[in-house]
Ligand binder design. Structure first.
Ligand SMILES: [Ca+2]
Ligand SMILES: [Ca+2]
Length: 199
């Protein structure tokens, strides 16, 4: 009976156990492949493009015509309840490309916000200017108290009239970090369960 109680306690302490109704391990971005115009995205200079180069997938991606800097972003509301840093991580990225030999570059960044909208931190994949399409991806531990994440793709023009840094098939998902503390709890429970009763 004791080990059942301990295991139950350990399961309750797993962050994922308190997440009934919360979707984990799925892409939280709307219109991630820019197939539905720029719906779901807040755009600063962005537009859809469909050729030269061909899209990474589907028939469209985002670029920035006639601007020196531009950005598209989405704010995702989380429903993770109370948690501490180290419980969850964000897996994010997208496919980037540029126009031929030009150096125009873009970077994908996550901004973590608390319930008041105050900044808790950020994580960036840095500027990239690949050709052809190249996957950029990374993992960032969520600061405790994160209630919103802003996913942003920001570009800078270095040549020509268009800002030719392209993004297609963006993604952002949240997963539970397999934290050592949980393993310690389980191990401790196992040790206690296997101890023989004192005589
Ligand atoms: Ca696409
Ligand atoms: Ca350009």
């Amino acid at each position: 009976m004791k080990h059942l109680l301990l295991l139950s306690l350990a399961v309750l302490l797993l962050p994922g156990a308190a997440l009934a109704g919360t979707v984990l391990n799925t892409n939280l971005l709307v219109n991630p492949g820019f197939e539905d115009s720029l719906n779901g995205w807040v755009s600063n200079g962005g537009d859809n493009r469909s050729n030269d180069p061909a899209p990474h997938s589907g028939s469209s991606y985002v670029f920035f015509p006639s601007t020196s800097t531009g950005a598209v972003s989405q704010t995702v509301d989380l429903d993770l309840g109370t948690f501490t840093e180290g419980d969850y991580e964000a897996n994010y990225g997208g496919w980037q490309a540029r126009w031929h030999g030009q150096a125009d570059a873009g970077k994908i960044t996550l901004y973590f916000l608390d319930q008041t909208g105050a900044a808790l931190g950020s994580d960036s994949l840095g500027f990239h200017s690949p050709v052809p399409w190249e996957l950029q991806e990374g993992t960032a531990v969520l600061p405790g108290g994160t209630e919103q994440i802003i996913y942003e793709f920001y570009g800078v023009r270095y040549e020509g009239s268009n800002l030719d840094s392209y993004l297609d098939d963006a993604f952002l998902s949240i997963s539970v970090v397999p934290e050592p503390a949980t393993l310690v709890i389980l191990a401790a429970g196992a040790v206690i369960c296997t101890r023989k009763p004192r005589r």
